[in-house]
Design a protein around this ligand. Sequence first.
Ligand SMILES: Nc1ncnc2c1ncn2[C@@H]1O[C@H](COP(=O)(O)OP(=O)(O)OP(=O)(O)O)[C@@H](O)[C@H]1O
Length: 323
Amino acid sequence: MTTAHALSEGSGGPPGQGDTVIDVRDLRMRYRGQDVLKGVSFACRRGEVVVLLGPNGAGKTTTIEVLEGFRMRSAGEVTVLGADPARGDERWRARLGIVLQSWRDHGKWRVRELLSHLGSYYAPYSTDLVRRPWDVDELVAAVGLTEHAGKRVGTLSGGQRRRLDVAVGIVGRPELLFLDEPTAGLDPEARNEFHGLVRGLADENTTILMTTHDLAEAEKLADRILILAAGRIVADGTAAELSRRASAEATVRWTRDGLPFAEATTEPTRFVRRLFEEHGDAIGGLEVRRASLEDTYLSMVRESETGHGADERVAHAFEKGAS
Ligand SMILES: Nc1ncnc2c1ncn2[C@@H]1O[C@H](COP(=O)(O)OP(=O)(O)OP(=O)(O)O)[C@@H](O)[C@H]1O
């Protein structure tokens, strides 16, 4: 994929505050008397890939739809690309790219025609630095649909449709891209290609906020991970930071004279050195394992859902660690 454009410059919109592209403070959402978001706060900087994790029904789609301007919030302050999404105009909207969770059918259109048609809406917002829309053939190649460019959308497979969803989301060369479970239904190869596409866009300074239930994907793509649970952000950091802060302990496993041993320790390097000093060649099968993102995620979600003030405690610990 070649996208040698400065996506963040010359786009015609007002700059955000410095490098902050998304700023969310105390966002609240209540549906029919039920509080889903109870004070969500976070920020995203230009060029960051931020992954929003959380259990089913946590409010990830709600959060993203508020930021896209598709949903009115109950309370809180939200700024996206320098504007309140509830009052975003067309020029503001042209700077966003959106890949929704649900498929909106355009079954009778052919792939290339659909992308040309949708792309034409962005032409008035083209600048010398950011040519809009994306050239259709280049775009079709970037999402791996070249072979299917002449097909009717209704005849594509589920995974091919998902690729098309992504193409629709980026046809206007967005500065900020929202991806709601973009890889659901993609095969491993398509998923891998999609990851390359996301990294390529981020390298060109596109800010990306995405949701996924695939923790390996989150770990691979995210500059920063947010965990939304029980109506709040209970964790905010890199995958490594999250794992370290969730558990300072690593588990060391080894065998000695063929017998298995395991020990939890906060100082694995010192522990392993001592182990070899004491037992030398009798040691085999050495393994040092820190908490995985999955361990961390599951324990944080569990703690926040069972209450006992754990979510506040964890969020506080993360805030302290992140600064
Ligand atoms: N329009 C609506 N009216 C009433 N309740 C809603 C509405 N939209 C969402 N909800 C409720 O709000 C909660 C959060 O939904 P949301 O779709 O934001 O969660 P999510 O984190 O994206 O979930 P998933 O991982 O399953 O996609 C759910 O309990 C859902 O039933």
